[in-house]
Design a protein around this ligand. Structure first.
Ligand SMILES: [Zn+2]
Length: 120
């Protein structure tokens, strides 16, 4: 837990040093065999974040690099941007957008924002 907290502390410091703001950090502290509600692909963390910060999940975009991220986003009712190199099986609902990296996905994400936040 100390290592996780140190990673989060450094992540927050890097984001803030770049002028960003991190609202919250959620993570699952359980093992897969615990069958908790918060371990992806289960959507528990999405619902926790939505309740804590009044987030409209249907209007939200989740960015991930793995199939289980896509599955979690779908279970929570979010749009999904895929930034990974893992190939997704044809059977899954395709992501709303694919990009080589989070940075490369930013223009598309900004174009989805409503009203005054839209920049593209
Ligand atoms: Zn969990």
């Amino acid at each position: 837990m100390e290592e996780i907290e140190e990673i989060h502390r450094r992540m927050r410091a890097d984001i803030e040093a770049a002028g960003g703001r991190l609202l919250d950090v959620l993570f699952c502290p359980h093992w897969e065999h615990d069958k908790c509600a918060c371990r992806k692909p289960r959507p528990g963390m999405f619902f926790t974040a939505a309740g804590r910060h009044h987030i409209d999940l249907a209007g939200s975009i989740y960015v991930g690099d793995r199939l289980l991220d896509l599955e979690a986003a779908r279970a929570a009712g979010c749009k999904f941007v895929f930034v990974g190199t893992e190939s997704l099986p044809a059977a899954v609902t395709p992501p709303e957008h694919c990009a080589e990296s989070l940075l490369a996905a930013v223009p598309w994400i900004l174009a989805q924002l409503p009203g005054p936040w839209r920049t593209a």
